[in-house]
Design a protein around this ligand. Structure first.
Ligand code: NAD
Length: 427
């Protein structure tokens, strides 16, 4: 995210705006515009060459009023306390909109995982748990993967926690590998959830999914399965994009007849980096910088990082764009929101659009508690029901109150969270 955009200030501004519309009780507003608890800690890691490197780790618990805090762990070089705070706050709204009995939290480490060996990654993951295990747990706060982390890392973290507390505790973390307490359908859950909300939006806008063209930013976990799901729905994906580590800049990978997400997935590494030479050899066009946002497309799916659709980049979108489906957390700045409102572009806000991941994480926790596991179809059908209901709850609020979809999603979420605060006697 660019330096001038502070994600936490943006999250607070979005919240303040809706708190005012709702005429929210000032005590409730004060409690909710800040996290309940935040932890910042050192993680000294022995590197493969024998040296010690100190990393900084974070865990922020924004709210546990509706259930244990829930949210991913991000390993990214630009991670700060403020990005983690913003992401933790958005998790509170996400679990409320998805109507799952959990709160909001987020964690992270300022590191580019790709620069570490597998053994160093394992020591960093175990070190993160050693610093925070007293303050997380299946009934306190349940982490999961996010940018730069993956199921294998969740397996190490679950193992470290189980050893420290002396009990096999799969429910301490979600997004674990299959066979290690993970749920079928979790890998594809966020991307498929994005597609379920797009399907509902297209129905509402009377647009034919068969003719829909999408432009996607990113090609990591969320973007890959959003692209695969869109193709399965009959739509076409004009392009995807990714951050190239060697050249330290983003590229857009496109094809005039639409990309083949399964092929591109086969030449993409675990960090979402596409092998651009192999893509070019197979007839794909590789463009510099932010080309993805300029494509002639009906749907934009930003699925990389915060602040990517901003006052500057939004000027370049095609007049064809009708829907923005926010696969990423916080991809659209308030200035870009104003632009979309003026252009009548339909917004599927982040904490509704990408709630599929946390929903299946919740299903994973339920399966861990039962020690009984569901089939992939069962998981994805339950996910579709939850996402479809959440979409229509927000749409209905947006129509009833004549407000932008993002404001409507905030209204649905804040009302549920405040109601839980009242029921617990906090207000
Ligand atoms: P990931 O690490 O798997 O992938 C990130 C992708 O974005 C990579 O392909 C990377 O190359 C690309 N990228 C980074 N900077 C870029 C730039 N400037 N331009 C173009 N591409 C760029 O991460 P992910 O899990 O797919 O998460 C993506 C977003 O979705 C994040 O905002 C995350 O918080 C959010 N999210 C993830 C999940 C989940 O279950 N993984 C759930 C909800 C929300």
């Amino acid at each position: 995210m660019t330096e001038q955009i502070n994600a936490f200030k943006m999250a607070q501004a979005q919240f303040d705006h809706v708190a005012e519309i709702l005429n929210l009780d000032p005590q409730a507003a004060e409690m909710l515009r800040w996290p309940s608890r935040e932890f910042r800690f050192q993680i000294p890691v022995k590197m493969d060459d024998g040296s010690i490197r100190v990393f900084f780790g974070y865990r922020v618990q924004h709210s546990d009023v509706r259930g244990p805090s829930k949210g991913g762990i991000r390993f990214h070089s630009s991670e700060t306390l403020d990005t983690v705070r913003a992401l933790a706050m958005w998790m509170t709204w996400k679990t409320a909109v998805a109507d799952i009995p959990l709160g909001g939290g987020k964690g992270g480490v300022a590191v580019d995982s790709a620069t570490l060996s597998i053994n160093e990654q394992e020591r960093l993951c175990r070190g993160w748990i050693q610093q925070i295990y007293r303050n997380i747990g299946p009934r306190q706060d349940v982490p999961a993967p996010d940018v730069g982390t993956n199921p294998r890392m969740m397996g190490w973290m679950m193992d470290e926690y189980s050893k420290l507390v002396g009990q096999f505790t799969p429910g301490v973390i979600t997004g674990k590998p299959i066979g290690g307490g993970g749920s079928l359908g979790r890998t594809e859950a966020t991307g498929f959830g994005v597609v379920y909300t797009i399907r509902e939006a297209l129905k509402y806008l009377n647009m034919d999914p068969q003719n829909a063209i999408a432009a996607v930013q990113g090609f990591g976990n969320v973007a890959q399965y959003a692209a695969i799901g869109l193709n399965e729905m009959g739509g076409q994906v004009a392009c995807v994009s990714y951050w190239d580590r060697d050249d330290q800049k983003p590229y857009t990978v496109s094809s005039k007849d639409g990309i083949d997400p399964l092929f591109l997935q086969s030449i993409t590494d675990v960090y979402g980096t596409i092998d651009k030479d192999k893509a070019r050899d197979s007839g794909y066009v590789i463009e510099d910088e932010q080309a993805w946002i300029t494509k002639e497309a009906d749907i934009l799916i930003p699925s990389a990082l915060e602040g990517q659709v901003n006052a500057e980049t939004v000027q370049n979108i095609s007049s064809r764009v009708k829907v923005v489906a926010e696969g990423a957390n916080g991809p659209t700045t308030p200035e870009a929101d104003e632009f979309f409102k003026n252009r009548n572009v339909f917004n599927i806000p982040d904490f509704l659009c990408n709630a599929g991941g946390v929903t299946v994480s919740y299903f994973e926790g339920v399966q861990n508690d039962m020690n009984f596991y569901w089939s992939r179809d069962e998981v994805l059908n339950k996910l579709d029901d939850k996402m479809t209901k959440a979409f229509h709850d927000v749409l209905e609020m947006s129509q009833r109150e004549s407000v932008y979809m993002r404001d409507a999603a905030y209204m649905v979420a804040i009302e549920k969270v405040v109601k839980a605060m009242e029921l617990r006697g906090w207000l």
